[in-house]
Design a binder for this molecule. Structure first.
Ligand code: GTP
Ligand code: MG
Length: 311
């Protein structure tokens, strides 16, 4: 009998959740950066093996929401925690746990499903030296199904983690087509790859106050293969932030565009033309209408067999 089910990745911003999802899948489905709050939506990664299927939900890091955007992020997180078969709680073992970790613990206090505890970043000397004490911070506060130390970056501990996951998932057949590694749309992933190239290059408040808005996405078959024509805006909160993203004589925006284009080409296996602009839109994080205009993670789909049936 196979074991299949859904898993929520829970932890503070920067704990390494997205790095872990990519490492488990052996493929990049989620963007990663050294800036907190990189992940803003629930992203599905599908890990299919002979023994079953783990549907991994990468989630925004737990933080106090100060804007509508962030409230939405935390809603996605709480809704997911309530529906999954297993929770994987991941923390950065190279840092001393604080109030933020207490808050994460509060979110799983009444969880009805097993919770796995993952100390991450054990490749860092400070993490290795402090591991026992930092794990104890959690294990004295609640019961865990198992504790699996990992380095998502180096891949240490991942075989043990896979075993623990499939050992805890309920018996059942795969939930999704095993040939998929993610359910997110290409359009959404394109905006994320642009945002990743941006996040790597900007500092201070810009990672939090910027987003990527896709204006147009065209796919063309040419004699030389598929060509994607992508027109996108990097949206910032204030006019004064535009100059930082554009850079001196446009050098920064050019760099972001070149990096993003390379990644989109590698991820989607097509040639890419990318037209990137910078726009200021004050208060966009509070603007429900604009937030709804941003690329949805998944395209709505009709389950097989439903086609052609009228309302
Ligand atoms: N040294 C080390 N760094 C890691 C490890 N895992 C992740 N990182 C780094 O930690 C930073 C954050 O990684 P992410 O995967 O984006 O973290 P996240 O938990 O998804 O963060 P949010 O999306 O903001 O919630 C990046 O710079 C990663 O390269 C690890 O095992 N070891
Ligand atoms: Mg992330």
């Amino acid at each position: 009998m196979k074991h299949s089910g859904t898993i929520a990745l829970l932890g503070r911003p920067n704990a390494g959740k997205s790095t872990l999802v990519n490492a488990l899948l052996g493929e990049k489905v989620a963007i990663v950066s050294s800036k907190p709050q990189t992940t803003r939506h629930r992203i599905t990664g599908v890990l299919s093996e002979e023994r079953g299927q783990a549907v991994l939900f990468d989630l925004p890091g737990v933080h106090r929401p100060l804007h509508r955007l962030n409230v939405q992020m935390m809603h996605a997180l709480r809704d997911t925690l309530a529906e999954v078969d297993l929770i994987v709680q991941i923390f950065d073992a190279s840092q001393a746990p604080g109030a933020g970790e207490e808050f994460v613990l509060g979110l799983v206090r009444d969880a009805a499903v097993p919770v796995l505890l993952l100390p991450n970043k054990v490749d860092r000397p400070d993490a290795a030296a402090q591991l026992a004490g930092r794990v104890e911070f959690y294990t004295t506060r609640r019961m865990y199904a198992a504790v699996v130390p990992i380095s998502a970056l180096r891949g240490d501990g991942l075989p043990a983690l896979r075993d623990a996951i499939f050992g805890l998932l309920p018996e059942g057949e795969p939930l999704l087509d095993p040939s998929f590694t993610t359910t997110q749309s290409e359009r959404f992933f394109v905006t994320e790859l642009i945002r990743e190239a941006l996040l790597e290059r900007v500092e201070k408040e810009l990672p939090f106050t910027s987003t990527v808005h896709l204006r147009e996405f065209q796919e063309k078959e040419t004699a030389a293969g598929a060509l994607l024509r992508i027109f996108a805006d990097i949206v910032v909160d204030r006019e004064s932030q535009k100059g930082i993203v554009v850079g001196k004589a446009g050098t920064m925006i050019k760099e972001i565009g070149t990096a993003a284009r390379g990644r989109i080409e590698a991820a989607l296996g097509a040639r890419v033309f990318l037209d990137l602009r910078v726009k200021a839109r004050h208060g966009w994080r509070e603007d429900q209408r604009f937030l709804a205009e941003l690329e949805p993670v998944e395209v709505p789909w009709t389950p097989p067999g439903d086609e052609g049936e009228g309302p």
